[in-house]
Design a protein around this ligand. Structure first.
Ligand SMILES: *[C@@H]1O[C@H](CO)[C@@H](O)[C@H](O)[C@H]1NC(C)=O
Ligand SMILES: *[C@@H]1O[C@H](CO)[C@@H](O)[C@H](O)[C@H]1NC(C)=O
Length: 200
């Protein structure tokens, strides 16, 4: 290997090596400059991460029968917020699973949509469960919940958010939601509690 290289040098590949060194230096400088531009851009734009949260909900109906089937109807309003005053945000792959006692009730999805600078969008979901078969233990949980006038559902899911930050291109990340939705079954009202993807 050594001899070959020396041999090559003698034959005059020096300019090629020089060229490569120059190209490497240019690439390194470009990388550093890009890094500085992105960093300064970040400081100037000062983005705040888009947030999804549950803003309101209502338990429209809940019913269980002796055969062990549960039926539920809920309204859940999810809000996608873009607090940025300088960057558009787009949301895609929004998907949540609503479950009760570990039993999946419904999947909530939304197509891709855009949220303009400093805007927000509310997505109302009307969830109508099909008859969900419950085992006797789960049935008992429902009975207890109805008697106590407090029923808890789990809402888990995520959405992919993407920012378009002018010339800097776009930044992608996931917003995750994992919370409990509590209702009073008697009047269907939602017990407001924080349910947001905002980092604590
Ligand atoms: C962003 O929206 C809020 C309320 O919607 C408003 O008070 C504020 O002035 C807006 N900011 C800009 C920079 O548009
Ligand atoms: C529903 O019932 C709960 C508990 O009984 C009560 O705290 C709440 O204010 C009621 N909500 C409405 C809208 O009537």
């Amino acid at each position: 290997m050594q001899t070959k290289l020396r041999h090559g040098r003698e034959k005059g590949t020096h300019p090629v090596v020089w060229c490569m060194a120059i190209v490497c230096t240019a690439v390194a400088i470009a990388v550093i400059v890009t890094g500085i531009v992105v960093f300064v851009g970040y400081l100037v734009i000062h983005p705040s991460v888009p947030v999804i949260s549950v803003v309101s909900a209502h338990l429209d109906k809940i019913q269980n029968d002796i055969a062990g089937l549960l039926e539920a109807q809920l309204t859940i309003v999810v809000k996608a917020e873009n607090d940025n005053t300088k960057a558009h945000a787009s949301f895609s792959d929004m998907s949540f699973v609503l479950s009760f006692q570990g039993v999946d009730i419904a999947q909530l999805v939304a197509g891709p949509f855009d949220v303009a600078k400093n805007e927000s969008q509310e997505i109302p979901y009307k969830v109508v469960s099909s008859s969900i078969p419950l085992n006797p233990e789960e049935m008992q949980q429902v009975d207890l919940a109805l008697k106590a006038d407090l029923i808890t559902f789990d809402l888990k899911g995520h959405t992919r958010a993407r920012w378009r930050v002018g010339i800097l291109g776009s930044v992608k990340f996931w917003c995750n939601l994992n919370c409990q939705l509590k209702f009073h079954p008697l009047n269907g009202s939602y017990m407001n509690s924080p349910c947001t993807s905002r980092a604590k």
